[in-house]
Design a protein around this ligand. Structure first.
Ligand SMILES: C[S@@+](CC[C@H](N)C(=O)[O-])C[C@H]1O[C@@H](n2cnc3c(N)ncnc32)[C@H](O)[C@@H]1O
Length: 242
């Protein structure tokens, strides 16, 4: 049996660090941040701990969340909170960040949490939008922006399928709707090619790929009990058929 070769690369997966070894039988992306980022790295990923507002997955490069909050104009912050966090109160929160930073820079998680809580109308704290902690969406949005997560994922779902051998599979675990929407669309466009023949029975023809589990797979109630962090996970798998 050929010797198993393990190679590691400290790189962004969108840089395709293993392209030279393709084609692959299996490519797996487990997205987002690891529990270690929350529990050990003290980089301000969670609004529950009193930490520096860094949020970089790779702290050796790029701008931290505190840099972003210190420098970006109000409209840019609104766009980040809305596009990457679907935060309904993005404008109020961004306006207060711009006001607050004139006095003191916002560098610690509790300072940002306070601004989010203050800008949540009481009635929302009781229902609907605030079932999550008022800071959840802003923290998610900042993290996605600081790490360019959706841009890197977009590149990966565009290139990785073509790194597969025939019969090879590309699996992705997403943790929120923005990621999942992106993967779902990419897999759909690779497995269903628009039909050009107006007389054809179906609007689509089968592409060189197929989705293995329509709609993806989500965790069982039992798994969520054991690992609550898996509650929003969805696994999607694409197979190369030719
Ligand atoms: C959910 S964790 C993976 C956990 C791992 N499967 C485990 O069981 O321990 C995701 C990891 O991917 C890394 N990551 C996220 N986006 C990345 C990217 N674009 N390129 C390289 N690594 C990335 C994160 O830093 C994090 O360590």
């Amino acid at each position: 049996m050929g010797e198993k070769v393990h190679s590691y690369s400290h790189a962004n997966f969108s840089e395709m660090p293993f392209h030279k070894d393709s084609p692959f039988g299996f490519i797996f992306l487990d997205l987002g941040i690891s529990s270690a980022h929350f529990d050990y790295f003290s980089r301000g990923f969670s609004f529950r701990y009193d930490e520096e507002l860094d949020m970089r997955m790779d702290a050796s490069k790029g701008k931290s969340a505190a840099d972003v909050l210190a420098k970006l104009p109000e409209d840019a912050l609104v766009k980040i909170f809305f596009d990457y966090g679907e935060e309904k109160f993005a404008r109020r929160i961004a306006r207060q960040i711009v006001e607050t930073r004139k006095e003191n820079p916002i560098t610690k998680t509790p300072e940002l949490v306070k601004i989010c809580e203050k800008n949540y109308p009481p009635k929302y704290k009781a229902k609907g939008h605030a079932q999550k902690h008022p800071a959840t969406r802003v923290f998610q949005a900042l993290r996605i922006y600081v790490n360019r997560e959706l841009e890197h994922l977009e590149k990966a779902v565009e290139f990785f399928p073509h790194e597969l051998c025939v019969g090879g599979r590309f699996a992705v675990i997403t943790f929120h709707s923005l990621e999942d929407r992106l993967v779902k669309r990419a897999f759909r466009s690779l497995s269903q090619i628009a039909q050009v023949d107006p007389h054809a029975k179906s609007n689509f023809i089968q592409g060189n790929f197929r989705e293995v589990y329509s709609g993806g797979i989500t965790p069982s109630v039992e798994e969520i009990k054991q690992n609550p962090r898996a509650r929003s996970a969805r696994l999607r798998v694409l197979e190369r058929i030719r």
